[in-house]
Design a protein around this ligand. Sequence first.
Ligand code: G3P
Length: 231
Amino acid sequence: MNIFLDTANIEEIKKAKRWGVLRGLTTNPSIVAREGKEFLDLATELCELVSPFPVSLEVVDRTGEGMAEQARAISALARNVVVKLPTNPEGLAALNLLKGEGVKTNLTLIFSTSQAILAMSGGATYISPFIGRLEDRGYEGMGLVRDIMNIHSAYNFKTEVIAASIRDPHQVIEIAKTGAHIVTLPFAVLEKMLLNTMTDADLDKFLNDWEKVPGRENAFKGTRRLEKVGA
Ligand code: G3P
């Protein structure tokens, strides 16, 4: 399962890149607005920072024709741009208008299996079911991902499924069990997956015990070589 970040915050992206786990980025108009930067400047920074991995940028028109026009414009920015389209009648119309133009698409705001079926059948590059927002409203989010993945494999759709709107590491684990291709995480959730007080406490114990090792100051100086040992 590939890990994407769901953010436009440069510092968060740099941290995830440094951990070596970043395989893409998703944004939406609310995420973009949080950064308070000109859209094109921010989009440029994101595409350069995340390259060669995909960066989802969402159109904001409400008509299929307008969305398609915005999609063509923003996908011209960089090869790793993926255009987010809402999974509604106009978003599907935009997907249809863009067919054969080489624009990568991410059909987003998916809350039902039927929406996912239409988006995958329509040839979306990615789809984004919103797990957390379903569960925030008392619906079963994990069942949606399971249904989508079952249908995806039954028809061997080419679309990649991005489980989105994630609230905590437990959801990531359950999503991973469904075989979803990608999960896109707020940085805070990614950090919660990694940080563990037991790891910290036991590492401290290891390093305290290390202080009793004779000659430890030369242990990692690369001064000794066993030519005939090892593969
Ligand atoms: O990528 C979709 C995501 O941004 C929505 O997540 O946390 O706002 O529900 P959230």
